[in-house]
Write a protein that binds this ligand. Structure first.
Ligand SMILES: [Fe+2]
Ligand SMILES: [Fe+2]
Length: 305
């Protein structure tokens, strides 16, 4: 059970977050030492977060192959992050378009948009530094991403936001202090975790406020978005293209990753804080639970492991 979220007045929250933004923010172009060389032999995500960690295939891989797979999985994760933040920024801009430009709420939406813009640049620079190329989406994801900002509204906006932000946040908290990690990745994750904490606060509080006045069909859509979003995110974070690029046997790698209880448990932990919060908002129930189970991130055991 998540702790009950105390929701303040909309303008008060926005003002507090604006104060925090003014006090502490980063410019990744100058705050990260991009000229420093990559560290020889270090991982791009911690080894225990690599999808094959703990499998027989992992045991057979050399250190270089493991580092290469971690490089590919980092570039994939960050590419997904750019895709997601681009969609989020379109949503933020569309919300600001409709609302009172003198309100603190709109000012914070624009402050968040500015931070996400810098994050996209930072992620792009990280992919470049790691040697690239960025991962591209397939036809459905690419065009679905163009459609989403036009069709979603109400609490679903914040549900989609939180599915992206909280999962990355949980994983990156694990990333950022790992001793075997490339220093550039560590710096990027520290900046991201600090700034995202404000975004998550904003999204969670506004979701709670909106849920109180959302009719049944809005709740229905939000529940679907929560489950499908969780499933989609888990799927794109583990796409087979990373194995092909890492020079591994794709079929075997997929099979071993699918049966890797360690990685499913790691992701289930990363999803848990959000799942439990959404559950308390009545957004993880009914038939949509099937998506959480398919993603293997539901704690009732069905499909986990
Ligand atoms: Fe971000
Ligand atoms: Fe964010």
């Amino acid at each position: 059970m998540a702790e009950q979220l105390r929701v303040g007045d909309r303008e008060t929250t926005a003002q507090r977050l604006l104060n925090g933004t003014a006090r502490k923010f980063y410019d990744p172009e100058v705050d990260i030492d991009w000229d420093a060389p990559l560290a020889e032999g270090k991982f791009f995500i911690p080894p225990n977060l690599v999808s094959l960690y703990g499998t027989r295939m992992w045991d057979e891989m050399t250190h270089e192959q493991r580092v290469e797979l971690s490089r590919q999985e980092m570039m994939n994760t960050v590419s997904v992050g750019i895709w997601f933040e681009n969609i989020l920024n379109q949503l933020l801009l569309r919300m600001a378009y409709k609302q009172d430009p003198t309100s603190k709420h709109v000012h914070y939406e624009l402050a968040e948009l500015a931070e996400e813009t810098r994050h996209m640049t930072m992620f792009g620079m990280l992919i470049g530094k790691a040697g690239g190329p960025a991962y591209r989406n397939d036809f459905l994801l690419h065009n679905g991403g163009k459609l989403l900002p036009l069709i979603i509204g109400g609490p679903t906006v914040w549900v989609a936001t939180l599915v992206g932000e909280e999962i990355f946040d949980s994983l990156q908290r694990d990333f950022m202090n790992h001793p075997d990690l490339q220093p550039h990745v560590r710096q990027v994750m520290r900046i991201h975790v600090l700034e995202e904490a404000r975004h998550i606060r904003f999204a969670r509080e506004d979701l709670v406020r909106r849920m109180a006045r959302t009719p049944w069909y809005g709740r229905f859509v939000a529940r679907f978005a929560a489950g499908f979003g969780a499933y989609l995110l888990k799927s794109v974070l583990t796409r087979p293209e990373v194995y092909r690029r890492a020079g591994l046997d794709v079929r075997r790698a997929r099979r071993e990753a699918r049966g890797n209880a360690h990685i499913h448990a790691t992701y289930a932990r990363a999803f848990e804080k959000l799942r439990s919060f959404l559950h308390d908002q009545g957004l993880v129930k009914g038939p949509n639970k099937v998506f959480w189970r398919l993603a293997k991130v539901h704690p009732d055991g069905k499909g986990v492991g």
